[in-house]
Write a protein that binds this ligand. Structure first.
Ligand code: NAP
Length: 284
């Protein structure tokens, strides 16, 4: 059984990006990411801190905007308009969730699609679905990298994705289709989920329920990607997959922690570096 090492793969990607950033710098091109946080939710502060650290490691400039919880939607939209117009800013990231008085959809839609490094803007989602260059949603893009860099062949394989959220299930299904897998998307209304899941050569689980998938859902020798992250009562982390029950039956599996989790920031960094080429491709 291969344990897919997201920590190592994400570090490899960041090291490759570091080299690309140095090359760009030698041509006089700097990359700048603007990170906006509204309020001081502790989990969001940790994520924002990790993003700033990753920028520093790779050589990307980061601009931090730490706004009061009471910031209005209009004020946030004004800041986004200013950053959209600033040619020195390549990427804009608004840390979610936002306080309840701000409409997340309006904020995401206000970001210039050429600076949408989270890949959540409808233009990015549209580009993904029709196979045009654009920003890929970070967690799904990270899953494809985990598979490819672990030597898992995707083309022609049966892939079952459990979950159809806009941030994981739908975009990973489109990406696996782009990689020529035969894709089935399962959700809470799917009948006979065990039978459907057992078709999978590659089973991607983004169901949001701790240890929901056990060996009864897994075909012998399948590759299992566990997107879920949950904190158990004993303080330890677990995924959507019952790792101990499943591990003897799979050919490869991602652990939690240390699987999909570390990939998300690495792919955000990749989107920042790719922003130069994406802007060029869209201006061509
Ligand atoms: P979500 O928005 O809650 O979506 C869960 C999906 O699972 C929904 O599509 C839902 O179906 C489906 N589902 C729920 N119960 C089901 C059941 N009994 N049988 C079949 N399908 C069922 O979750 P998400 O945002 O995609 O996140 C999924 C997990 O990934 C969470 O644990 C989250 O914390 C984690 N996550 C991790 C990362 C990372 O960086 N590693 C990033 C994002 C998310 P319906 O659509 O029919 O309701």
């Amino acid at each position: 059984m291969l344990l897919i090492d997201g920590k190592k793969i994400s570090t490899d990607i960041k090291d490759e990006l570091k080299v690309r950033v140095e090359e760009l710098k030698s041509k006089g091109i700097e990359i700048t990411l603007a990170v906006i946080q509204v309020g001081n939710d502790p989990a969001s502060s940790v994520y924002v801190g990790n993003k700033k650290k990753a920028c520093a490691y790779i050589g990307i400039n980061s601009l931090a905007y730490e706004l009061e919880e009471s910031t209005t939607q209009e004020e946030l939209l004004e800041l986004i308009a200013k950053l959209n117009a600033d040619s020195k800013v390549n990427g804009i990231l608004v840390q979610l969730p936002l306080p309840s008085h701000i409409n997340e959809k309006s904020i995401i839609n206000a970001i210039d699609p050429m600076k949408d490094v989270d890949g959540f803007h409808p233009v990015s989602v549209g580009n993904l679905s029709i196979g045009q260059p654009g920003f890929l949603s970070c967690t799904p893009a990270g899953i494809v990298q985990l598979l490819k860099r672990s030597g898992v062949e995707i083309a022609g394989k049966e892939c079952v994705v459990i979950g159809r959220s806009n941030i994981v299930g739908k975009p990973i299904s489109l990406l696996m289709l782009r990689e020529n897998a035969t894709v089935t998307i399962a959700h809470s209304k799917t009948k006979d989920l065990k039978e459907v899941a057992k078709r999978a050569d590659i089973l991607i689980v983004a169901v949001g329920k701790p240890m929901f998938i056990n060996s009864e859902y897994v075909k012998e020798g399948a590759v299992v990607i566990d997107v879920g992250i949950h904190r158990k009562e004993d303080g330890k982390l677990c995924g959507d997959v019952d790792f101990e029950d499943v591990k003897e039956h799979v050919s490869a599996i991602t652990p939690v922690p240390g699987g999909v989790g570390p990939m998300t920031i690495a792919m955000l960094m990749k989107n920042c570096v790719d922003s130069i080429e994406i802007a060029e491709a869209n201006n061509a």
